[in-house]
Every structure is written in structure tokens, then in C-alpha cells.
Design a protein around this ligand. Structure first.
Ligand SMILES: NC(=O)c1ccc[n+]([C@@H]2O[C@H](COP(=O)([O-])OP(=O)(O)OC[C@H]3O[C@@H](n4cnc5c(N)ncnc54)[C@H](OP(=O)(O)O)[C@@H]3O)[C@@H](O)[C@H]2O)c1
Length: 255
């Protein structure tokens, strides 16, 4: 594979598994050095770092809890130390991937559920990006993880989908704000994937699997590997004139 991202440094939040891991690997295969973050799965994160290094790039994992904003200052300091150790004072690609899903139908959602989904999926993305935007090099890239549930209502995700819609809207605002620095900001909107994220949904609501499959043009449920390469494409030179876009990665869901 050619290495269009050689010399670039990427930060992928929630890189210890699934979409974040696949994204980190796709970036590394294209030559980028990668910092991943994790919240609790230190061992899994260390394994991903080894996989990234095996691609011939520099890689490290940092712990950060993105449930709130309290950990952000220390995390940003630690990230800047990694950059300095790599001889860099800036970085190139920010993938805001870490996210959570608490399920409940509308009549059951508590204030705590809504806050939980909001803190990690929106608030921490907002303030992490605010803190790091000055560290992004000219021509940098930001890719946010939206969701198909921002477009299509799916009952038990009522306290999640609208928050992803807000994140997709923020993507456009940031694209407008950072465009003059040559920074592109885009979102991807995966459909429901077969991974840990949906384990509770698929075990509580087994028909959800068939529902997704039968309403998908390609008649299968996606996997994290369907997403990582698309994010790496948005980080690549070929995508330099795409900004403010939300790209569905859902096999054609509810067309
Ligand atoms: N899977 C889907 O069907 C789907 C569809 C559309 C959009 N998305 C979005 O894609 C992103 C990744 O999804 P995924 O399926 O890869 O999720 P996942 O398998 O649950 O992995 C989530 C990652 O985020 C980290 N993380 C979770 N909560 C965190 C917190 N509060 N602070 C810091 N790190 C945290 C986890 O770290 P630990 O491993 O240490 O816990 C893990 O690395 C999310 O933003 C999700 O909303 C997923």
C-alpha cells in the first residue's frame, strides 16, 4: 500500500477496540504515527499499539476518561509530551471516535441516561477539539463519529441519536470555523454494526439484527472494518476538498 500519510501524526480517541482500532490501523497502514486513547482497557490498548508498531509507525496509548471534561487538561499535556518526544509541536489528524450508548425507550430515559450519552458523545468532543485545535497543523483533518441514528429514528436510541445529530451539526460549524486554516472537518455516520457497542441492543432485542439487515441495501450488518478505511480516506490528500460532510457508512440503510 502507498503511504500517503507518511510524516503525519494522528490522534484517535477510543482506539482500544472496534472502530477506533480499525481506524488507527488504517491510518498506520497509510504511514501515519498514531496516538490512541482508552478509558479502562489498558491491555487491549497495548495490543493495538503493538499492532500499529508492526505496521512500521510510531504509536502509543494514553488513558483519558471522556465522560466529563475534568481529565482534559492532563490528557492534553500528556499528548503534547508524546508529540514533543516525536519531534513535533503539532499534529495532523484528530479522530473523535470514543463514544457510548445507553439504551432506553423515550418513556424510560432518565436525566442521568441523557447526560451520560451527552457527556461522552458530544461535550467531551466539543471541548477536546477546542483544546487541541491550536495544535492542529495547517491542512489538518478532524473526523467525528456521527451515526445513522441521527437520520433514522430507532426507538431505544432516543437519548443517543439526537446527540449524534448535534455532533454532525457541530461538524459543519467547525468546518466553517477552521476552513481558513486549511483544516477539513467531516463526520462519518455508520449504521448499526456487529460489535461490542451494540451487544446490549442485540441481546435485549434480537429482532434488531434482522431489522437492520433487511432494511440495508447490501443485506448485511456492517463491521468496524467497514469504517476505518473510510476515515483514513477522509484524512488522506485525495479528500482535501471535502469539508463539512457527513458520510453514511451503512450499506444503504432505509433508502
Ligand atoms: N458500533 C456501532 O454500531 C456504531 C454506529 C454508529 C456510530 N458509532 C460510533 O462510533 C464510535 C465507536 O464505536 P465502537 O462501536 O467502536 O464503540 P466501542 O466498541 O464501545 O469502543 C468505544 C471506545 O471508546 C472508548 N470509550 C468509551 N467511553 C469512553 C469514555 N467515557 N472515555 C474515554 N474513552 C471511552 C472505549 O475505551 P475502553 O475500551 O477502554 O472502554 C473504546 O476504545 C462511537 O462514537 C459510536 O457512537 C458506532
Amino acid at each position: 500500500m502507498s503511504k500517503p500519510l507518511e510524516g503525519k501524526v494522528a490522534l484517535v480517541t477510543g482506539g482500544s477496540r472496534n472502530i477506533g482500532r480499525e481506524t488507527a490501523l488504517a491510518l498506520a497502514r497509510r504511514g501515519a504515527d498514531v496516538v490512541i486513547t482508552y478509558r479502562e482497557r489498558e491491555e487491549a490498548a497495548a495490543k493495538v499499539v503493538a499492532e500499529l508498531e508492526a505496521e512500521g509507525v510510531r504509536a502509543t496509548a494514553l488513558r483519558v476518561d471522556l465522560t466529563g471534561t475534568a481529565g482534559l487538561p492532563d490528557f492534553v499535556d500528556a499528548f503534547r509530551q508524546v508529540l514533543a518526544g516525536w519531534g513535533r509541536s503539532s499534529f495532523d489528524i484528530l479522530v473523535n471516535n470514543a463514544g457510548v450508548l445507553r439504551l432506553a425507550t423515550f418513556e424510560r430515559v432518565t436525566e442521568e441516561d441523557l447526560d451520560y450519552n451527552f457527556q461522552t458523545n458530544y461535550k467531551s468532543v466539543f471541548f477536546l477539539t477546542q483544546r487541541l485545535m491550536g495544535d492542529l497543523a495547517e491542512g489538518g483533518r478532524i473526523i467525528n463519529l456521527g451515526s445513522g441514528t441521527a437520520r433514522i429514528a430507532f426507538g431505544p436510541l432516543v437519548s443517543y441519536g439526537p446527540i449524534k445529530a448535534a455532533l454532525q451539526c457541530l461538524t459543519a460549524y467547525l468546518a466553517a470555523f477552521l476552513g481558513p486554516r486549511g483544516i477539513t472537518v467531516n463526520a462519518v455516520a455508520p449504521g448499526g454494526l456487529d460489535d461490542d457497542f451494540n451487544a446490549e441492543l442485540f441481546s435485549n432485542m434480537p429482532p434488531a439484527r434482522d431489522h437492520i439487515r433487511s432494511n440495508t441495501a447490501l443485506k448485511r450488518i456492517g463491521v468496524p472494518g467497514d469504517v476505518g478505511g473510510v476515515i483514513a480516506f477522509l484524512a488522506s490528500p485525495e479528500a482535501s476538498f471535502i469539508s463539512g460532510a457527513v458520510l453514511p457508512i451503512d450499506g444503504g440503510y432505509h433508502l
